[in-house]
Design a protein around this ligand. Structure first.
Ligand SMILES: Nc1nc2c(c(=O)[nH]1)N[C@H]1C(S)=C(S)[C@@H](COP(=O)(O)O)O[C@H]1N2
Ligand SMILES: [Mo]
Length: 321
């Protein structure tokens, strides 16, 4: 059983509700015509992210979908903003500063492979075609830490619909940008850039698969993988690829970034399971960011009701590796 967290948690959850603070700020930003430099609501981010006017700022906060509830409080925004995995900007957690070099406009997403009509679409056009909503999600990194976050975005299945894949397409492969001049981590030539991830068509059209365009009621901060990243809350965090520039519908299961780097530690499915340890550490429990607590890890990270049936034909560890 997971224990209800203390009052600080409850407060942070209140702060994340779309009403009140965010709405006021949006109105203020509109009135000011520029970012919220002097507003000071978003802590240190108000000077960096909002110094540039985000052309999608008017879309946030998105209406929360109340179907997605958490068993614990939200991780405070300032904690999540300063503890990230984004190897393009360094192989450690404190990449938030370096990640501000990420140029998110213009941003185009190529959709190709086995689709009715391949296309390249500007991010700002894409996001305005999609039904945006807010979802509270858990996130479990394979490194045995976890967080919770109010993502904004749209169901991946909506994008699959837009792409109109052929029936022969079996997998959806996604790729991050590759630009070592902008992202110094990509100068580390031993990594198999660009970062790629992949899911089956069935997974991509599962209700839980979510394309993220915002967090905490605002456009996505750069360190979270702006302007477009994935969130697959039942899988280990590395499947949730950031800063996507290409989405390909393919017939054969491709190899991902981590699988290419170390196939004996990172497999294709990567579904969370406390029973199957990583070769170098236990997956039985997780350190919940900011709380100083360790809690038991749940199978499929607690989302089994929605996803377990997709893996009924896979036996034992194969469904999770
Ligand atoms: N392009 C890219 N996507 C990525 C990563 C990365 O290094 N590069 N790291 C992954 C890992 S291991 C995790 S845990 C999450 C971290 O997301 P967060 O920084 O928003 O918490 O992003 C995932 N997506
Ligand atoms: Mo991770």
């Amino acid at each position: 059983m997971l224990i209800k967290e203390n009052k600080i948690w409850d407060m942070s959850e209140n702060l994340a509700t779309p009403e009140g603070a965010f709405l006021n700020r949006r109105e203020l930003m509109k009135a000011a015509g520029i970012g919220g430099l002097s507003l000071g609501i978003g802590g240190f981010m108000s000077s960096s992210a909002f110094a540039e006017v985000d052309p999608t700022a008017d879309l946030y906060p998105a209406k929360r979908n109340e179907a997605f509830v958490l068993d614990r409080g939200l991780t405070p925004e300032d904690v999540n903003l300063k503890y990230n995995n984004f190897y393009e900007f360094g192989s450690h957690k404190q990449i938030y500063n370096n990640a501000q070099k990420l140029q998110t406009r213009p941003w185009e997403v190529m959709i190709d492979g086995m689709v009715e009509k391949p296309m390249t679409i500007g991010f700002d056009d894409l996001v305005r075609k999609m039904p945006l909503e807010e979802r509270l999600y858990r996130h479990r990194c394979v490194e045995a830490w976890s967080m919770t976050i109010p993502w904004s975005g749209f169901a991946l299945k909506e994008l699959v619909k837009l792409a109109n894949p052929l029936s022969s397409a079996k997998f959806v492969k996604m790729e991050t940008f590759h630009d070592p001049k902008m992202a110094s981590g990509q100068k580390q030539a031993w990594y198999p850039w660009a970062y790629t991830e992949c899911l089956s068509i069935e997974e991509a059209t599962n209700d839980l698969a979510f394309m993220v365009t915002g967090a905490y009621g605002k456009p996505l901060a750069k360190q979270f993988g702006a302007p477009l990243r994935l969130a697959l809350p039942w899988k280990y965090g590395f499947k949730s690829i950031k800063s996507i520039v290409k989405i390909s519908f393919v017939e054969k299961m491709p190899k991902s970034f981590w699988e290419t780097l170390n196939g004996s530690e990172y497999g294709f499915w990567a579904n969370v399971n406390p029973k199957y340890d990583h070769p170098r550490w236990s997956q039985a429990t997780e350190r919940v960011l900011h709380t100083g607590k360790r809690v038991p890890t749940l199978i499929y990270n607690g989302y089994g009701d929605q996803v377990a049936s997709m893996y009924s034909s896979l036996k034992g560890r194969t469904a999770f590796f």
